[in-house]
Design a protein around this ligand. Sequence first.
Ligand code: CMP
Length: 191
Amino acid sequence: AMEQTFIMIKPDGVQRGLVCSPFPSPLISSSFASFIHSSALHCVKILPTTILFLFSPSTLEKKGEIFLVIFVRRSGLKLVGVERSFAEKHYADLSAKPFFGSLVEYIISGPVVAMVWTGKNVVVTGRKIIGATNPAESAPGTIRGDYAIEIGRNVIHGSDSVESARKEIALWFPEGISEWQSNLHPWIYEL
Ligand code: CMP
C-alpha cells in the first residue's frame, strides 16, 4: 500500500556530514536543483553553506534510482533543532527505559534532519534500508550497518509501523506535508 514514514537523521549523522555533499547527484536531474536550493535555504540558520544530500553517494543515492525516485517520493525535509520536551514526546513510548535520559540528551545535542518519505510499503522498506537498531546487528549495506557502531549513536531513525509514522509525522510536521511547500521536493517520476 502507499504509505508515509517519518525518517530522521540524528545529530551524529548531521555532525559527521553524512547528509551533506557539495555536489548535486548526477543521478537526479534538474528538478533536483530546486530541491537543493530550497533545502539549502532551509538550513541557512544552522549550517549556512550546507547543501543537504542524503547519505551521498554511497547508500541512498545509489539506491535512489530504484527506491527513492521510483518507489518513493521524499515528500518533506527540514533541518531542525529540537527542545527537550519535544524529544521526550517523540520518545514517549521509551520513557521507562534506562537509556531514556541519554537518548533525549543525544537527540537534542544538535540539529537533526526530519523527513517524510512517501511510497509503496515505505515503512518496511525504509527500515530495511536503515538496518537493525543495534549497529552490531545491522547488515553491511544498510545505513546503520555502514555508518554506526553504537546503539546509542545509531545515526538515523525510521518509524516502526504505519501507526507510529502517523503520530511522528503529526508531531514533526504540524504544518502538514505538501509537495508544493518550498522545503519539499517533488520527485519527477510518479507511480
Ligand atoms: P530509534 O530507531 O530512534 O528508536 C529508539 C532509539 O532508542 C533507538 O533508535 C536507539 O537510538 C535507542 N536505543 C535503543 N536501545 C538502546 C539501548 N539499549 N541503549 C541506548 N540506546 C538505545
